[in-house]
Design a protein around this ligand. Structure first.
Ligand code: SF4
Length: 359
């Protein structure tokens, strides 16, 4: 397994997320991709996928972490070939399968043999009723638990992904208890961006988000696993503020956690390649800036004006623009865009009032 990615996010992302297909058997309430029950004939072919992997590798050393996502990546029959090639060129590869019967023990064994480094499984409720209601397929919880057990038995590092919205917030404490029962490496908590199917879900308030981030930081200071947020970079601000207030520090993450050396944000340490090869700053920020079929992944990430602006805190507006934490946070650019159509506006899910800022 390679070392965690580089710190210079102007040259290379920490994470490259590739949506290998948009096909999925589930119909989850928060789905960014609005996944469909069939494969798109225009999605990247095996040959194009292998070329994409080479582009990821050409960011240099240490290489980015490659996450194969969907839809449900298990729909691709060439998955082991893709994992094997990525592993062979020195990439660390993680996979985010959907909780369905397509994930068999034999298939996981094949992927592990090909060089897979981590499996991230979504769990969005502490019990079958709440999880299946969110995933909108009965039996998804049972599949998810079965997948978790197989991943653990195979000795693959386990990440659990959970989402926070008005629907799931009341169960956050119960979810923390549930995930703590597993020998997981990392709990990744996604804060809703209202796009795709998620546009119909109700958002929590900024104050509720603040309380949730404090809860997660407190958990992280004691849990034997890491806790990270997705689309809530102000978690970093909460960590810093609590640290300055004298709350004892969280244990340093071990190498197996594969965590970024500093917070990543859309287009800043993070790049998303969709199922047809379009390069976007995030899966929640559908602003294609080139296509990997043209071999432009590295060039787009480093030099495209939007990507460069997303890495420049001086572009931020509203409270984020006046905030002393903007260098380490910057707010969710995806949520700003979803809420206001302005990718540089303030993140409405942050309760922080920078000194001197009007509310
Ligand atoms: S105001 Fe913006 S930059 Fe400051 S902590 Fe909140 S989200 Fe982050």
């Amino acid at each position: 397994m390679g070392a965690p990615g580089p710190v210079d996010f102007d040259r290379s992302p920490f994470l490259v997320i590739w949506e290998v297909t948009r096909a999925c058997a589930l119909a989850c309430l928060h789905c960014r991709a609005d996944a469909i029950p069939r494969r798109d004939p225009h999605e990247l072919t095996t040959r194009e996928g292998l070329r994409l992997i080479d582009q990821v590798r050409s960011f240099g050393t240490p290489p980015p972490l490659l996450v194969l996502t969907g839809g449900d990546p298990m729909w691709r029959r060439d998955l082991a070939q893709l994992v094997g090639h990525a592993s062979g060129v020195g990439l660390t590869v993680a996979l985010t399968p959907s909780g369905t019967g397509m994930v068999t023990r034999a298939r996981l064994e094949e992927l592990k043999a090909a060089g897979l480094s981590r499996v991230a499984v979504s769990l969005d409720g502490p019990d079958p009723a709440s999880h299946d209601a969110f995933r909108r397929v009965r039996g998804s919880y049972a599949h998810t638990i079965r997948i978790i057990e197989s991943v653990v038995e195979l000795g693959l590092p386990l990440q659990i992904n959970s989402s926070v919205s008005r629907l799931t917030l009341p169960a956050l404490g119960a979810m923390a208890d549930r995930v703590s029962e597993f020998p997981l490496t990392l709990w990744a908590v996604f804060f809703l961006v209202q796009m795709g199917r998620g546009a119909a879900l109700e958002q929590i308030s900024a104050d509720e988000c603040e309380q949730a981030l404090v809860f997660l930081d407190e958990l992280a200071r004691h849990a034997p696993f890491g806790v990270k947020t997705t689309e809530a970079p102000h978690y970093r601000r909460v960590q810093l503020e609590r640290g300055r207030a004298g709350v004892p520090a969280a244990p340093a993450p071990g190498r197996r956690q594969l965590r970024a050396p500093r917070a990543v944000n859309d287009g800043n340490g993070f790049v998303f390649v969709d199922h047809v090869g379009d390069v976007c700053p995030s899966g929640f920020l559908p602003m294609p800036r080139g296509n990997v079929r043209d071999g432009v992944l590295v060039e787009t990430y480093r030099n495209d004006p939007l990507f460069r602006d997303l890495r420049n805190p001086a572009t931020l507006g509203g409270r984020c623009g006046r905030c002393e934490f903007r260098d380490v946070c910057g707010g969710s650019r995806s949520r700003a865009f979803a809420a206001s159509s302005d990718v540089f506006a303030e993140d409405p899910l942050c309760a922080y009032q920078p000194p001197g800022a009007a509310s």
